[in-house]
Design a binder for this molecule. Sequence first.
Ligand code: XMP
Length: 419
Amino acid sequence: MNQDTIAVIDLGSARTTELARAIRALGVYTELHPHDLDAAQLAAIPNLRGLVLAAGPRRAYEGQVVEPSGALLAAGLPILRVDDADAAQPDLDAFVAQTGARRNWNMENFIADQVEAIRAQVGGKKVLLALSGGVDSSVVAALLIRAVGKQLTCVHVNHGLLRQGEPEQVVRVFREELGANLVYVDASERFLGKLAGVADPEQKRKVIGAEFIRVFEEEARKLEGIAFLGQGTIYPDIIESGTKTARAVKSHHNVGGLPEDLRFALVEPLKMLFKDEVRACGLALGLPEGMVNRQPFPGPGLGVRCLGAITRDRLEAVRASDAILREEFAAAGLAGKVWQYFTLIPDVRSVGVREGVRAFEWPCVIRAVNTVDAMTATVERLPWPLMERLAERITHEVPGVNRVLFDLTPKPVGTIEWE
Ligand code: XMP
């Protein structure tokens, strides 16, 4: 490994992530660790140069005040003690200088280190990756292609609930531009069949999730000699469950639930990166800007935006209105500025009039929100002319839609998605 490390030790601080990010911003690689590291775990941290002991309001754990382990204190490393209760900001820059850690945390070094690590882990064996086209799986794919090239097989399952142009972009970028082995599976019909008549949101998610695993599994069984499974796990997926004083255990969005004989060893090269670093890594690997900076998109896709039981015509109306919304946001310079924006179509109809004839059609709801962590969200104030243009285009270009509504509800009370 090229990079030096400073470890932030969680003694109940609510700001461990912030501290880690601030040290990385100074150019030094950081990792978060629990307070009870033993000597062996400490020795496994590459090029460790210093410790930040980060105390705070969650320091009491199961009635005990959390103390740094003996191994941490005996390591002889420079230590900076910080506490959320202190008004003064810690001088991280001075501490970094004191540790002598090299300020060489950057994407080139990260990629070089990971290419080396992936090659060492994988050797001459084969790797399989479920490539959804989302930011994380796309960046893992690009990194694995750089490291092991043709030893990688990507499987892109189109569940029929992707946005307009998405499956085509995945095929173009990965198969044609990056030369990956890409298995493209159009399973749209199969998913729509399984979802027929399923109206409950959680049931829809279950059906989509289970079917996804089944299709992926079928493809995996057709391939010979796979030893590893690539995964787009990123740092926020693991840090909340990584330390004893942390609050919640997050469940991973990644491909779980594979049968035992298909549980390959994992390759997770992004697991130490924050989301913006994942994006920077993708750009450094040559992925298109639009793929790397795209807005969050739920795993069940447009399926949770075609409310209630999914029908083909209403699903197409969601897809077409979403494409118009994205086009207009891009034209208005809002694409990279608003955190998440989409359309949805409820399963209700209202009376309208189209060319003098009664039109009994669906409304299309526009949602545009900003948030930091998706736990709370505020509504973007769209310019009125843009709203008018959206109403005009969607009612004229999307079959079956005769009204356009704008959702004014912040989260809470409304969640970001409607289902
Ligand atoms: P809510 O609707 O809970 O959404 O306010 C918060 C964020 O999570 C996304 N979301 C999902 N992502 N699978 C996902 O991968 C899901 O089932 C799912 N449901 C919601 C949502 O788009 C928003 O960014």
